[in-house]
Write a protein that binds this ligand. Structure first.
Ligand code: 3QA
Length: 231
């Protein structure tokens, strides 16, 4: 077992890298990969840079070059659901690309031939997360996440994404990671802590809460690594 831990921004993975032992850095594909151990388990950590394209590249390299067998994503997200507040943890059941649009040909939003609108995450990893949350008395919400190459700071756009994809949160990388992991048959898990509500206050709240929410997500991911054993 070799666990990939991925974020999009430096702030999302720094709280993880700082806790690793025996770290070696590898520069590859214009990015830095941190190999090390966490309480004896082999991990490879990287941030992709923002958006679906960079996320695809990094997830692929973590699997193909570093031979990771599981992928855990840690980061922040914008809330769609009114039940999600800043700092809340949400795990993705399924992920969709909200900016993928060939509807001119009669297809639904998020669909391309031979793809699927919503990709489901690994059930064992989700169950493990619920167990960890229970043990630590943390509230963990589960929902669909919508991904697109857009920082959403608009109530109308956010509500459209929510109703079109039955999404509870949105971000800019998860569905890309899902496409890669599904194609390469690697169990994956997407965790996000809410940094903003994708509304007109989103950029201000994002700047204010990026560090604290990223840390909430990172700490949870490390607890999961501790309990990842036979799956
Ligand atoms: C936003 C980050 C990107 O990796 C996606 C955060 C939180 N709130 C969001 C929202 N819409 C879309 N995604 C999110 N992440 C990058 S823009 C800020 C860059 O600042 C999730 C996310 N409302 C860089 C400094 O200039």
């Amino acid at each position: 077992m070799k666990i990939a831990i991925m974020g999009a921004m430096p702030e999302e993975i720094e709280p993880i890298i700082s806790k690793l032992d025996a770290v070696t850095k590898t520069y590859y594909g214009e990015n830095t990969y941190y190999e090390g151990t966490y309480h004896g388990k082999d991990v490879v950590v990287a941030y992709s840079k923002i958006g679906k394209v960079f996320a695809t590249l990094t997830a692929t390299i973590l699997i193909e070059k570093f031979a990771c067998t599981h992928l855990l994503f840690s980061g922040v997200a914008g809330a769609i659901s009114n039940e999600l507040s800043i700092g809340d943890l949400v795990i993705a059941t399924g992920l969709s690309q909200h900016d993928l649009d060939i509807t001119a040909f009669g297809h639904p939003f998020g669909y391309v031939p031979e793809g699927e609108v919503c990709i489901t995450t690994d059930k064992n990893l989700r169950n493990l997360a619920k167990k960890v949350a229970q043990e630590k008395s943390l509230t963990l919400k589960e929902g669909n996440i919508a991904t697109g190459d857009q920082f959403v700071a608009d109530e109308t756009r956010k509500n459209w994404i929510g109703s079109t994809f039955q999404a509870d949160a949105l971000e800019m990388e998860g569905a890309a990671v899902a496409v890669v992991c599904k194609a390469l048959n690697v169990p994956f898990f997407i965790l996000r802590a809410i940094s903003d509500s994708a509304d007109m206050d989103a950029s201000f709240n994002f700047d204010t809460f990026l560090d604290s929410s990223a840390k909430i997500s990172a700490d949870f991911i490390l607890s999961m690594v501790d309990e990842l054993q036979s799956i």
